[in-house]
Design a protein around this ligand. Structure first.
Ligand SMILES: NC(=O)c1ccc[n+]([C@@H]2O[C@H](COP(=O)([O-])OP(=O)(O)OC[C@H]3O[C@@H](n4cnc5c(N)ncnc54)[C@H](O)[C@@H]3O)[C@@H](O)[C@H]2O)c1
Ligand SMILES: [Zn+2]
Length: 274
């Protein structure tokens, strides 16, 4: 392990540009749960264990239509929890690291908790592939508007785990509002904001390539159940011949040549390699 740590540290110190990719595991050391399998999800939301609802069923546009007070209890609770959580020290280490690089860095994450933005990463260097819980959209949707969730404060009846009172609504048509997050079986997600971030990411990549900069990819806490982030890290590694450092205490395996696997928690690993 010590050898892998020093290899990762050397790669990061010699790189000109850093691609940071992160899944739910990145936020675990800040005290936020990931949703690994139905058991993990029910452990995080014991109230939902009784209902037998899985994460895929809860995080679904159909649940906003069928059971809006339940859907908003889940998202209102998550929003509150993510708002009140201080990102762990690994975020600041990464921010300082990219600050020293000629080609700076870019964050690509499936997390919706807004932790990178809260840690001071510029909005222009973040690509939230599944959107953000801190933004809302219309459930219908009547337009492609996306607005901040700053005014949302959902009161929850604990026993039944249902949102009380008026639920967040679309200011244009009055229909129910929902988080601007890509849900499962989602045909109504407004991807405009995320797509604009994706275009900035492509521009950054093109610049790194044009300037012949050495890019290193550091991936933290990306699971195999929803493998979007793992795939992206691997695709980028192949396309740019960029070494991939994969940090994950349970599934750090990586077949790519030149990659480094660190079977450790995110915060601890970042402390050792930066
Ligand atoms: N904080 C959030 O925004 C949040 C939380 C839960 C789920 N989600 C979303 O749900 C979907 C499924 O997410 P996923 O596949 O990333 O999550 P997952 O829950 O399936 O997997 C999380 C991964 O993190 C790893 N992990 C656990 N503890 C860790 C630690 N201390 N340090 C580093 N890694 C650790 C696990 O081994 C696992 O591989 C994604 O879209 C994800 O972004 C987001
Ligand atoms: Zn509307």
């Amino acid at each position: 392990m010590n050898e892998a740590i020093s290899r990762a540290a050397t790669l990061l110190s010699e790189a000109d540009a850093i691609l940071i990719s992160a899944g739910a595991g990145m936020s675990v050391d800040s005290g936020l749960p990931d949703f690994r399998g139905p058991e993990g999800f029910w452990k995080a939301y014991p109230k939902l264990a009784n209902s037998g609802l899985r994460f895929e069923e809860m995080a679904n546009p159909a649940s906003f239509l069928r059971a809006p007070a339940l859907a908003w209890a889940f998202y209102g609770h998550r929003l509150e929890r993510y708002r009140n959580t201080e990102p762990h020290s690994g975020y600041t280490r990464l921010l300082n690291l990219i600050g020293k690089k000629t080609g700076s860095g870019f964050v690509v994450t499936s997390n919706v908790d807004g932790a990178f933005e809260k840690s001071g990463f510029p909005d222009s260097q973040i690509y939230e592939i599944h959107g953000s819980i801190h933004r809302l959209q219309c459930c219908r949707p009547c337009t492609d508007a996306i607005w901040p969730a700053t005014e949302v404060n959902v009161e929850i009846e604990q026993e039944s785990f249902r949102a009380l009172g008026e639920l967040p609504a679309c200011p244009r048509c009055g229909s129910l509002a929902r988080p601007n997050i890509l849900l499962f079986s989602d045909g109504t997600w407004i991807a405009r904001r995320s797509e604009a971030q994706g275009r900035r990411f492509s521009q950054w990549l093109a610049n790194v390539e044009r300037s012949g900069m050495r890019m290193v990819i550091i991936e933290i806490g990306a699971g195999t159940a929803v493998p979007s982030i793992r795939r992206l890290s691997e695709d980028m590694s192949l396309r740019f011949s960029a070494p991939l450092i994969r940090i994950n205490p349970a599934e750090s395996q990586c077949e790519l040549t030149g990659s480094v696997s660190l079977s450790m928690g995110g915060q601890d690993a970042l402390k050792r390699v930066i």
